[in-house]
Design a protein around this ligand. Structure first.
Ligand SMILES: NC(=O)C1=CN([C@@H]2O[C@H](COP(=O)(O)OP(=O)(O)OC[C@H]3O[C@@H](n4cnc5c(N)ncnc54)[C@H](O)[C@@H]3O)[C@@H](O)[C@H]2O)C=CC1
Ligand SMILES: O=C([O-])CC(=O)C(=O)O
Length: 272
């Protein structure tokens, strides 16, 4: 009989604001899971952190993580999504993807996963309520709208701002930077609007999910407000994320991945 209780081996691709927290939590211990490997851009610079772990994992290049893991958590810059996820799904394993915006330009990875029995799992991340959006999508969703407000530091360097020569450094009041679809938002703000893409994939897709983005010098948190109109329910959701050491990334993102990992072997699992 197969041993269903063997620990699931988890590897982490990218030791930044998200990956470091997940690695530390796995090392502290999550039932049924084992931190097997890590990929870091400059492992030598992460020696102090790595040697603080009770059971130091092996260090591997991102494309080799799937060789020693059942689940690979992608938490690296979005341009590396394909390099990380392709070998995972080719081996029929599971990739947890946080740079979800990059999935739109690499959607063939979903077909590849299907062909090889692999899985791509998108956590709720910095957002809220994707369980309700999933449920409403079983029926008919008429519209999904999201308004994001971020402090200036959370938006600096976004391609949309650079390409349009918009000066956000000297703003005194909120400025609406963008209104359009989640697909366009992900192109213009790849490190800021993963949440819009996650919302769209849970609901009515990146071309029907409408997004506004505001640069707001009056807020200190990444604020997302969402309105969903469906045949089963109408709901509004809001979340105000405390930025992590990376001002573009809410602290809750790493916690969301940890909660998702805990569910992989939980006896009682709550929420869809
Ligand atoms: N789905 C969601 O709700 C959210 C997703 N994100 C996305 O998650 C991703 C990670 O975010 P953070 O951890 O805040 O970014 P970060 O910039 O703090 O960390 C990324 C890490 O990847 C490492 N890295 C770069 N090249 C590498 C390579 N070749 N091999 C191994 N490691 C490499 C970097 O050195 C860095 O430590 C980003 O794409 C971000 O946009 C962020 C917030 C919310
Ligand atoms: O989705 C993202 O990339 C990050 C974000 O909005 C947040 O942390 O609130």
């Amino acid at each position: 009989m197969a041993d269903h209780r063997r620990d699931l081996r988890v590897a982490i691709a990218g030791l930044g604001s998200i990956g470091t927290k997940i690695a530390a939590e796995l090392d502290r211990g999550i039932d049924g899971l084992l931190l097997s490997a890590i990929a870091a851009r400059e492992p030598d610079k992460r020696r102090a952190f790595l040697s603080s772990l009770r059971q130091p994992p092996v260090i591997l290049p991102i494309e080799q993580l799937a060789e020693v893991a059942d689940i690979v958590v992608e938490c690296a810059p979005s341009h590396l999504l394909r390099t990380i996820v392709e070998p995972v799904v080719r081996r029929g394993k599971a990739a947890v993807v946080v740079s979800v915006g990059a999935l739109l330009d690499n959607s063939d990875l979903i077909d590849l996963a299907k062909a090889h029995g692999g899985r791509i799992i998108v956590p709720t991340g910095a957002l809220i309520g994707l369980d309700a959006v999933n449920a409403a999508a079983v029926g008919t969703i008429h519209s999904v709208r999201m308004v994001t407000r971020k402090p200036i530091d959370g938006l600096k360097g976004a391609p949309f701002i650079v390409q349009n020569g918009i000066d956000i450094d000297n703003l005194r009041e909120p400025l609406r930077l963008f209104a359009g679809t989640a697909r366009e938002a992900a192109k213009g703000f790849p490190a800021n609007l993963n949440v819009a893409v996650a919302l769209s994939l849970a609901g009515i897709g990146p071309d029907r999910t409408m997004v506004e983005i505001w640069a707001d010098p009056t807020v200190t948190r990444n604020v997302h407000r969402i309105e969903v109109e469906a045949d089963s329910a109408r709901f509004s959701m809001g979340i105000e994320n405390v930025p992590s050491e990376n001002p573009k990334t809410g602290m809750i993102t790493a916690l969301s991945v940890i909660a998702l990992l805990r569910k992989q072997r939980a006896t009682l699992s709550v929420g869809t």
